[in-house]
Each structure stands twice: as C-alpha cells, then as structure tokens.
Design a protein around this ligand. Structure first.
Ligand code: B1M
Length: 211
C-alpha cells in the first residue's frame, strides 16, 4: 500500500511532522490501525535496527527515527485504545535503569490501556525504588518492566530482589519483556510472566486482573 511505504520512507528520514500527517492520512483512508503500526512503523524500525547493527547508520539517525516513530504512535494511540469503562486495575510501567529505549514500552502502554487497564508510565532509566514506590503510592497490582539491552536486563532481577527485601513480592504481579528477554530468563529471576510483544502483555495483564 503506497501510503504505508511513504510512512516507512519518512520514518527512516526521521521526519516527525510528515510521519504524523501520513499516519493520519492512512487512518483517514480506512486502513486498519494495527496494519499501520505493524507494516508502516514496526517493520521499518526493525529494518533500522539491522542497519544500526551493521554500522550502516548511527545513533543520531536512529534517535530521530525513534522520535518520528513515537510521534506516529501518538496519532495511532486513540485508535488502538478503545474507550474503556471503569479500569480493570492499575499497572506501573517503565524501562529499567540504564536503559533509554522507550518505543516498545510505549507500545505496551497503549495496548494495556486498550485492554482496559490504567497505566502509570514511569518513563525510562527507572530505579527499583521508583518502580516500587510508585506501585505502592498508586495502589497498582502489576509492575511491567521493559529492557532492550543485554546489559540492563539484569536490573529486572534487582527490582524483584528489592520487592523481596521489602516483603512486597507477593503483593505484585511482575511482568517483563523486551527484545533480549526470554521465558527462561523470566524464570531465572522469578518474574511472574514474560510476554514477547505488547499485545500479549495486554492479554496476560487483563487475565491476571480478571482471574
Ligand atoms: Co538501541 N540498541 N542502543 N537505540 N536500538 C538496540 C536495542 C540493539 C539491538 C541494536 C543493534 O545492535 N542491533 C542494541 C542492543 C544490543 C544488545 O544489548 N544485545 C542497541 C544498542 C547497542 C544501543 C546503544 C548501546 C548504542 C550506543 O550508544 N552505542 C544505546 C544504548 C542507550 C541506552 O539505552 N542507555 C542505544 C541507543 C538507542 C537510541 C537512543 C538511538 C534509540 C532508542 C530511542 C527510543 O527508544 N526513544 C535506539 C533504538 C531505536 C534501537 C533499535 C534500532 C530499535 C528498538 C525499538 O524501538 N524497536 C534496536 C534494534 C532492534 O530492536 N531491532 C536497538 C521497536 C519496538 C516496537 O520493539 O522495543 O523490542 P521493542 O518492543 C517490542 C517487544 O520487545 C515487546 O513489545 C514490543 C512489540 O510489541 N516489549 C515488551 C518491549 N518491552 C516490553 C515490556 C513488556 C512486554 C513486552 O512488559 C511486560
């Protein structure tokens, strides 16, 4: 579809304003928001990741593309989030300490809201204290952590240890995700659930809160 290719091209160039306009145009043409997300935005970001890995492009180019991706996500958000009734429960969501990647986390937030959950987004580079203090203050039942780096995923275990040491482990369901995370890793650090993508994170969180 021509418009999705245009979104992809403009995303690669990091053109925030044009990506926003083109995403809106795609929605106006009646294209399914999930298709715009997957074929226009996520697929392109994956291509960017491959070029980044092969040193064909560098951090500044990836950063401007990421800004354009987040801008496109913001346009899609109302379409992906159905107007919910009373929220099912509260989730604290963040990217762990040392890690600045936020696109996947933002997507998880959108899907959680779409599933009828209230999301307290604590941002990126989040310490164990911030995750836990926010969950306590907000009366959340789930803590969702994202990590994109093999060097920062270890910190998820630190958050769980801190919950243990405050005798709060049983109070919260801990869900983790991000490109380097696996089911095995979740078991190793005693997280409750690993989910590979934002949609399955939302499904699991909804199941946990309605069980
Ligand atoms: Co970074 N980066 N980056 N980067 N970056 C990766 C992750 C990398 C794989 C690239 C590569 O080498 N191919 C590599 C990590 C290697 C490793 O650790 N194994 C890498 C690196 C090395 C780095 C730096 C160290 C580079 C440097 O400075 N030399 C640096 C680290 C900075 C830091 O965080 N301290 C860095 C910086 C950056 C930018 C700032 C330039 C930018 C981030 C901007 C931003 O996020 N605002 C960036 C980007 C954009 C990427 C890639 C290209 C794209 C990530 C992304 O947004 N994907 C990435 C390569 C890649 O992944 N292909 C790469 C799209 C997003 C939708 O997918 O986040 O995986 P993802 O989310 C998925 C699932 O993982 C899941 O749901 C989503 C899909 O539905 N999910 C969850 C995510 N979180 C979840 C939480 C859950 C559940 C599911 O909770 C329950």
């Amino acid at each position: 579809m021509a418009i999705l290719e245009e979104i992809s091209e403009q995303l690669k160039k990091g053109k925030v304003k044009i990506v926003k306009e083109k995403v809106q145009e795609a929605l106006d043409q009646g294209i399914d928001p999930k298709e715009v997300l997957e074929e226009g935005l996520i697929k392109t970001m994956n291509e960017i990741g491959v070029k980044f890995k092969n040193n064909e492009i560098y951090v500044p180019e990836v950063l401007i593309a990421a800004r354009a991706m987040n801008a496109g996500l913001a346009i899609l958000e109302p379409k992906l989030v159905e107007a919910g009734a009373k929220p099912l429960g509260k989730v604290v969501l963040g990217t762990v300490k040392g890690d600045l990647h936020d696109i996947g986390k933002n997507l998880v937030g959108i899907m959680l809201k779409g599933a009828g959950l209230e999301v307290v987004d604590v941002g990126v580079d989040v310490s164990a204290d911030k995750f836990i203090d926010t969950a306590e203050k907000e009366g959340a039942s789930i803590i969702c952590m994202s990590a994109l780096l093999t060097t920062t995923m270890e910190y998820m275990g630190e958050v769980i240890k801190e919950l243990d040491s405050r005798n709060l482990r049983d109070k919260y369901t801990v869900m983790i995700g991000g490109a380097p995370i696996t089911d095995e890793y979740a078991k190793q650090i005693h997280a409750d659930y690993y989910t590979p993508d934002a949609a399955s994170a939302a499904e699991v969180a909804k199941r946990v809160l309605t069980a």
